[in-house]
Design a protein around this ligand. Structure first.
Ligand code: SF4
Length: 117
């Protein structure tokens, strides 16, 4: 398996070519530095993302609460995460960084509020 990965660690944006299988990287080409090499390895084997979204408020239909995961979660869970978030609602008051969903999707990462309401 081969993937072309654009490094987002710095503005140079190197295009890094990675070959390997689901458990190991066999070769990397095109990285400009070791930080990019580590990024490309992680992105190839287990890509993760911080998810940002919004949840409904029980007190109004005219506004929503912005939320995000407190850390990165597997990219493979993003679709399921968005489906799950659709069913989440909050009732004010909610403080910024308050946990909205603990251990979101069993990832060990909480879904937290991005502002106070
Ligand atoms: S590989 Fe290194 S130089 Fe290239 S974009 Fe990534 S961090 Fe920047």
């Amino acid at each position: 398996m081969r993937k072309e990965i654009t490094c987002t660690v710095c503005p140079r944006g190197c295009l890094i070519s990675v070959e390997g299988n689901e458990t190991a990287v066999e070769s990397i080409f095109g990285e400009g530095c070791m930080r990019g090499r580590r990024y490309a390895e992680a992105e190839f084997l287990n890509p993760v993302r911080i998810l940002t979204s919004t949840v409904r408020r029980t007190d109004t239909d005219l506004d929503v609460l912005p939320v995000r995961t407190a850390g990165p979660i597997p990219k493979s869970l993003l679709f399921e995460a968005m489906q799950t978030i659709k069913a989440v609602s909050v009732t004010p008051p909610v403080a910024i960084h308050e946990v909205v969903v603990e251990n979101f999707l069993g990832t060990g990462v909480d879904l937290i509020a991005e502002k106070s309401i």
